[in-house]
Design a protein around this ligand. Structure first.
Ligand SMILES: Cc1cc2nc3c(=O)[nH]c(=O)nc-3n(C[C@H](O)[C@H](O)[C@H](O)COP(=O)(O)O)c2cc1C
Length: 453
């Protein structure tokens, strides 16, 4: 790991096929195949373009509950780790980050799948840890309702700790595979976890040797008090939003303080918000382009989509010009933080339902709009002011992404803000993150007792 790689701006590409939340018209763009979200070749081509531009990773978001009002991309899309395994075989450097929920998975299965991806890709696997915001997922997993927040985040912490424990099952040199000495396994270097906790009992060991990264990189997304606490405890990187520079700096400062309070080095927790640059030849053109995109958005679709953070509550039943209905309880087991923020906004500003929907449509306005020079300046300013360590760029139309890679990145590269070549063969190495030492190897060398969680 070089200090240089730690200091450069990290770059991720969110691959959203025919369009995620709020992107109602993406699928109509003639440049995007209407089958993009299920077309492995579309994803491979986008990942290869991101790799050619020296991106750190591609990022696959996910959920497992849909309604007919879900964003088009969500209605029919590939399972993240299956997809990333296919991308792995067509790329060499770029990291592969997949979203997997701790609420509807077992840690053994998750640990095994991610470790497999790390082996398949030669050390490029990442896990975006989420607890599932879509409350309806419960019905697909034999439950009457989604877990409450305390359980969701309690499970998440234990889930990740168990996965990390399983990834340490084998020490680095546990499999000598020595035909001459007839020794395949060194039994002293294989360890069962024997975890019995509040939510999971997992004996182990994992049936997969130590991976090229030691452990896959851990991202985390979830913005409540509980979510921030989880991120500070377990994340190598945090996926978040960034509405203003002040808010971004405050968030990054808070997470770094929380991580330090947990005895972690804040330099090892990268803050990586999603951003949506709008680029044109001039600032005026870019602003006009953004206005056109926002103006074309459907109020009806936005009204339906407003229900998502509230457990897909149907807002179409209400009078649009009456005060915003008091239904924040509907978000209690869904995207509670978002539901509460919308409710507070409506209360503070005395908004009607129509005004809330209109406000949310306008809130899609990106702070990164302008000529390549302007967008590069803005990104550099936020980065240097401590607003983020990296950015996840939403990729829809390839020509839009190319504007970023071919017009904005060269400016940032010239200024030394982004890398000029990959520093490492692993995602961890490129992100400038340390390789976690195997706990049993560490205990052997320090003779300290092994702590399992
Ligand atoms: C930036 C961001 C991205 C997220 N991406 C996903 C995702 O891809 N899949 C998912 O199930 N949940 C995702 N979540 C939701 C979290 O899983 C979480 O359940 C939800 O935000 C509610 O928790 P919170 O109140 O702590 O934010 C995301 C949250 C944030 C803030």
């Amino acid at each position: 790991m070089s200090e240089n790689s730690r200091r450069s701006l990290k770059l991720g590409a969110i691959l959203l096929g025919v369009g995620g939340p709020g992107q109602h018209n993406t699928w109509l763009d003639p440049e995007i195949p209407t089958t993009a979200s299920v077309d492995v070749n579309w994803y491979i081509a986008r990942a290869q373009e991101a790799e050619a531009a020296l991106f750190d990773h591609v990022f696959i978001v996910d959920s497992q509950f849909i309604t007919p009002d879900s964003p088009n991309h969500y209605l029919s899309r590939l399972e993240p780790l299956t997809l990333l395994s296919a991308i792995a075989t067509h790329t060499r450097h770029i990291g592969l980050v997949g979203t997997l929920t701790t609420s509807y998975n077992e840690p053994f299965n998750v640990a095994r799948r991610l470790a497999s991806l790390d082996h398949i890709s030669g050390g490029r696997a990442g896990w975006n840890v989420v607890t599932s915001g879509d409350a309806g997922t419960a019905g697909n997993y034999s439950r009457d309702q989604h877990f409450d927040y305390a359980t969701r985040y309690g499970r998440a912490l234990e889930h990740v700790r168990v996965a990390q424990g399983l990834w340490d099952s084998y020490e680095a040199d546990a499999l000598p595979r020595d035909r001459q000495r007839q020794q395949f396994l060194d039994r002293t270097k294989l360890h069962a976890l024997e975890h019995v906790g509040e939510y999971f009992s997992v004996i182990g060991p994992l049936n997969l040797e130590r991976t090229p990264q030691g452990q896959p990189v851990i991202f985390q997304a979830g913005d409540s008090e509980e979510g921030r606490d989880l991120g500070a405890a377990i994340a190598d990187a945090i996926f978040t939003h960034a509405q203003s520079l002040e808010q971004a700096v405050a968030f990054r400062t808070e997470i770094r303080e929380r991580a330090a309070a947990k005895g972690r080095d804040p330099e090892h927790v990268l803050i990586v918000p999603g951003i949506f640059p709008v680029i044109a030849d001039t600032d005026e053109e870019a602003k006009a382009r953004q206005d056109a995109v926002l103006g074309a958005k459907s109020f009806e679709k936005a009204l339906a989509e407003l229900g998502r953070p509230f457990g897909w509550h149907d807002f179409r039943q209400y009078d649009l010009d009456a005060p915003f209905p008091a239904v924040s309880a509907a978000g209690e087991r869904s995207f509670r933080t978002q539901a509460e923020a919308i409710t507070k906004l409506a209360r503070d500003r005395n908004f009607t339902l129509r005004q809330v929907v209109q406000h949310l449509l306008d809130a899609g306005r990106s702070p990164f709009v302008g000529s390549p020079q302007t967008v590069a300046d803005q990104i550099q300013r936020w980065f240097e002011a401590g607003g983020f360590d990296g950015i996840n760029i939403s990729v829809n139309a390839p020509s839009e992404f190319a504007k970023f890679t071919q017009q904005v990145l060269p400016i940032l590269r010239e200024r030394g803000v982004v890398r000029s070549e990959y520093e490492s063969t692993t995602l961890r190495g490129n992100l400038g993150l340390p390789v976690p030492e195997n706990r049993y190897t560490a205990a052997r060398t320090t003779e300290a007792p092994v702590l399992l969680s």
